[in-house]
Design a protein around this ligand. Structure first.
Ligand SMILES: Cc1ncc(C[n+]2csc(CCOP(=O)(O)OP(=O)(O)O)c2C)c(N)n1
Length: 342
């Protein structure tokens, strides 16, 4: 099941610091959305966050080149940031503003931008895995060694689409890495009621690709597993499955108090917090000082304050315009260049 083919390599100091930055930025930005703006009634609709499992998207997406592609889920806010979406764009969208990526048509993460290699989130669970294979086929034909990272949860892993995608990817040797976040719950369904295997990684070899299970709260373990899978895919050797074991440190969404999750489990997983772990390591290796970390935290708060203020000061869409441009028609807005907020 394990795919260890080469020695583990630690990321360089610059990458380690960037990873800490994106972990903290994601945690704080999602906190502002989930715990502040939503509770102030400023966000309509569902709010889904990836609290506690940020290391999965950070440790893998950070390694991509601009012409690679990610297919994120509702728990992968950091993937958008790492691919170059600004906090201003993110908050403008969450607050439904006319200058956000969906121009106020949606108030969450249902947007992407192929120029930045992000496929928009598809709500129907699992159906984005075959889409990821389609993108991987296009990249393979282009022949420049690019890869696709596709994220999905443990619950989603039971969907037929995911199995069809894994089979298709293995048969066609597609450059796609299946990143499964096993966060122990699919809404209120615990993993043991979802599947009977101990580790979802066994499903890799079942389809003819490597499968590995890693500690999803250890950003370095995720980084290393993704590094090996990405190298394999770039070399034309096909897909891999990486199961990242983690825990959802929030309800399914902001309206869910998650009373079905045993308190003890939350306490247990809080001790494995991915941000605290990386911070401890960077201090121990003397890559960062406590003062530098404090500066980073202050800069993050300032960035978020500014992005929220800009979004709040931005207009909502004109009501009459809202049915336009939802699907590509006469007003195909996503083909217009420079829609990003600078
Ligand atoms: C086909 C389909 N069924 C149900 C849903 C509603 N739904 C959205 S997320 C979710 C739970 C997904 O669980 P999991 O894949 O483990 O991801 P997590 O939310 O835990 O990250 C459900 C049931 C949906 N969007 N699509």
């Amino acid at each position: 099941m394990a795919t260890r083919t080469s020695k583990a390599r630690s990321p360089d100091a610059v990458t380690l610091e960037r990873m800490l930055y994106f972990l903290k930025l994601t945690r704080e930005a999602e906190w502002r959305i989930d715990q502040v703006l939503y509770r102030q009634g400023k966000i309509l609709g569902g709010v889904y966050v990836g609290r506690g499992q940020e290391a999965i998207a950070v440790g893998s997406t950070i390694q991509l080149t601009p012409s690679d592609v990610v297919v994120p889920t509702h728990r992968d806010f950091s993937a958008f940031l790492i691919r170059g979406f600004s906090l201003r764009e993110m908050f403008a969208n969450w607050l439904g503003r006319a200058n956000g990526p969906t121009r106020g048509r949606d108030g969450s993460l249902h947007f992407g931008d192929m120029q930045r290699g992000v496929v928009a989130i598809i709500s129907h669970l699992g159906s984005w895995c075959p889409v990821a294979c389609g993108v991987a086929m296009a990249l393979k034909r282009r022949g420049q060694g690019n890869v696709v990272l596709v994220f999905f949860g443990d619950g989603t892993s039971s969907e037929g689409d995911v199995h069809e995608a894994m089979n298709w990817a293995a048969v066609m040797k597609l450059p796609v890495i299946f990143m499964c976040n096993n966060n122990a719950f699919a809404y209120s369904t615990p993993a043991e009621k979802q599947f009977a295997v101990k580790s979802l990684a066994v499903r890799g070899p079942a389809y003819g690709m490597p499968g590995v299970s890693v500690d999803g709260n250890d950003v370095l373990a995720v980084y290393e597993a993704a590094r090996q899978a990405i190298a394999r895919a770039r070399a034309g050797r096909g897909p891999s499955l990486i199961e990242c074991k983690t825990f959802r440190m929030a309800g399914h969404s902001a309206h869910d108090a998650a009373e079905y999750v045993p308190e003890g489990l939350l306490r247990q997983w809080a001790r494995k917090d991915p941000i605290a772990r990386l911070e401890k390591l960077l201090l121990a290796r003397r890559i960062l000082t406590r003062d530098r970390i404090r500066e980073m935290e202050q800069a993050i708060q300032k960035e978020i304050d500014e992005a929220v203020a800009l979004a709040e000061a931005s207009p909502l869409p004109e009501p009459a315009s809202t049915p336009q441009g939802v699907y590509c028609g006469t007003d195909c807005w996503w083909e217009k260049k420079n829609w990003a907020i600078e």
